[in-house]
Design a protein around this ligand. Structure first.
Ligand code: ZN
Length: 136
């Protein structure tokens, strides 16, 4: 949520043009203008193949260690999170979450091709609402 940098009011609205890197908000309580920087995102192009899938992942699928690949992070999602994600991604097709596989979600991640940061842990976007973390 955006709040005023002077009085912390949430009665702020964007003014002026929509710049790609930032937006200027004006507070209707105190009149202060605040610059809100947009989060910059990155593509996944610079990561090696292991970032997507680690060989021998079969034995670590259900491990409690932090996931070291996108595939592993998907296998480790809780059933509730998986269901919510599938319902969001396939909202128009009424696909059952049990019929959607990790490979399908990996294809969606390839198309989204977005992460929040390049340092580990890397936050990988499935879509704008669902993100997973990959650890070193
Ligand atoms: Zn204010």
């Amino acid at each position: 949520m955006v709040t005023c940098s002077k009085c912390q009011s949430d009665k702020v609205r964007p003014i002026g043009p929509d710049y790609s890197d930032f937006i200027i908000y004006r507070c209707s309580d105190c009149g202060r203008d605040s610059i809100i920087w947009r989060a910059k995102t990155h593509s996944l192009d610079s990561f090696p193949a292991q970032f997507w899938c680690i060989l021998g992942v079969e034995c670590v699928r259900h491990s409690n260690t932090p996931p070291q690949s996108i595939e592993q992070a998907l296998w480790q999602m809780s059933g509730d999170d998986w269901t919510k994600m599938v319902e969001s991604l396939f909202a128009n097709t009424y696909q059952l979450s049990s019929t959607v596989g990790v490979e399908q979600i990996m294809d969606i991640i390839k198309k989204t091709n977005t992460c929040t940061n390049l340092d580990f842990p890397v936050e990988v976007w499935i879509n704008k609402d669902f993100k997973i973390k990959v650890y070193k």
